[in-house]
Write a protein that binds this ligand. Structure first.
Ligand SMILES: Cc1cc2nc3c(=O)[nH]c(=O)nc-3n(C[C@H](O)[C@H](O)[C@H](O)COP(=O)(O)OP(=O)(O)OC[C@H]3O[C@@H](n4cnc5c(N)ncnc54)[C@H](O)[C@@H]3O)c2cc1C
Length: 223
């Protein structure tokens, strides 16, 4: 999988801090932005996070490109509604000889991997044969969840915090978790104050909401 940060709101932490200042000041935003140094910005962002004044985090957005992930992953990703997505179409782009993702549990067992690869080859051949007879939008019905896809994802910082809480958790499915962990690492590089506390609920909130399903690894309180 390849995850890249394509673009993001310039000076995202200052924008969030200025949004908060605006609520309690008679000054205009450009003036507030000018008066914000790095330390004060980081202090304000931390305070906003702790207070839960997270609407201010909605003013800044991050665009990630994601390539080489499975359709099994993208089905889960697009359940996150506070986001914008563009995804390679299987109506307009032919998937002849499609690439596919084999899960680690399959890759580590030679017999399972052989079975998996044989099934993929069978589907690749079936898809190619169907394409000669029906439109791509109909031939795609036999494409597997393992089929590789590409997406452009835009989320604001608040939506990202929520996404990271759910999808960096050990309970999340391995592939989307891997993607979320990479996104978090990249986001932290460009906006450390915004994302310093991001992560699974046991880390970001100090408790695990998973109850009986909790991994219990962090020894945290349960809601
Ligand atoms: C470990 C795990 C297992 C899962 N298993 C399943 C499963 O078996 N089956 C399944 O169908 N899904 C499953 N999901 C997906 C899950 O149910 C959510 O659809 C997905 O995680 C998106 O979460 P969300 O709705 O909180 O996020 P978003 O859609 O990004 O929404 C963010 C927040 O905005 C608010 N919001 C958004 N839309 C509305 C609305 N219409 N009304 C009110 N508030 C709204 C909510 O507070 C929500 O938390 C699973 C998710 C995880 C992490």
């Amino acid at each position: 999988m390849e995850v890249n940060l394509i673009s993001y709101t310039p000076e995202p932490e200052k924008v969030v801090a200025a949004a908060a200042r605006l609520c309690y000041s008679s000054a205009a935003v450009p003036e507030l932005l000018e008066g914000l140094g790095p330390d004060e910005t980081a202090r304000l962002v931390k305070k906003l996070y702790e207070m839960g004044h997270l609407s201010t985090f909605e003013h800044v957005s991050f665009q990630f490109s994601v390539d080489g992930v499975s359709r099994a992953l993208s089905h889960q990703l697009v359940r996150h509604r506070i986001a914008s997505y563009s995804q390679r179409s299987q109506r307009y782009v032919r998937e002849t000889g499609f690439r596919y993702v084999a899960p680690p549990s399959v890759r580590e067992k030679p017999e399972a991997l052989r079975r998996f690869q044989a099934a993929m080859e069978y589907l690749q051949a079936g898809y190619a044969a169907l394409l000669a007879e029906v439109p791509a939008e109909d031939a795609r019905y036999i494409l597997p969840n393992a089929c590789v896809t590409s997406l452009l994802v835009t989320m604001n910082a608040r939506a990202l915090l929520h996404f990271f809480e759910l999808r960096t958790c050990i309970r999340a499915q391995w592939e989307i978790r891997e993607m979320a962990c990479q996104m978090l690492e990249i986001a932290r590089e460009v906006a450390p104050a915004l994302f310093q506390s991001a992560g699974p609920a046991c880390e970001s909130k100090g408790f695990c909401p998973e109850g009986e399903l909790s991994c219990k690894k962090n020894g945290t309180k349960h809601r």
